[in-house]
Design a protein around this ligand. Sequence first.
Ligand code: 5GP
Ligand code: MG
Length: 188
Amino acid sequence: MKILLAEQELQAGVRRLAAQIRQQYGEQPLTLVAVMTGSVVLLADLMRLLDMPLRIGVIGASSYRGGTTAGELQVASEMLIDIRDRDVLLVDDIFDTGRTLERLVAHIGGLGARSVRTAVLLHKQRETEVTLRPDFVAFEIPDEFVVGYGLDYRDHYRNLPFLGVLEPQDLERDSPAVLSARSEPGDG
Ligand code: 5GP
Ligand code: MG
């Protein structure tokens, strides 16, 4: 596996993200709504860097059904806390086509939030399919399938502390036994 962003780079990016969010909202109360499951690591790191009165909710959305191509989007909001009249910041791992966040912004707005913005760890440099743009972005990345720091491939690799790019032999494997990383192409 090739490392795209090392653990310390990720930490620095999340600190920058938190600073941008703090600048936008000041000391105003804020409700983070994290899109499960990919943003679980980002949520844990980001929430501890924010010092305004903070509420945490989670929402489910899955468009990648067991592979690297997008399927139909499913929203699950049974675990969402009350967000009526709240300033909501949707937190997701990655903005790819943008369809997930566009759909969730509409969903949260429909539930009566006072404002809805979006923060993502990663923004893929590709043609988007929506007009929505994320308000806060930690990293612009190339259009490759990435895993780690919460992001999965078939529910694996979320626990990698770095962000990696899967290679063809990783994609063929059914379940990864060892989480190994390399930084130079060709030596793994
Ligand atoms: P979008 O709706 O913006 O196309 O896709 C957003 C969702 O697709 C993300 O929340 C994430 O779950 C998944 N996704 C998009 N690109 C990648 C990727 O490179 N790696 C992984 N693991 N998931 C991705
Ligand atoms: Mg996701």
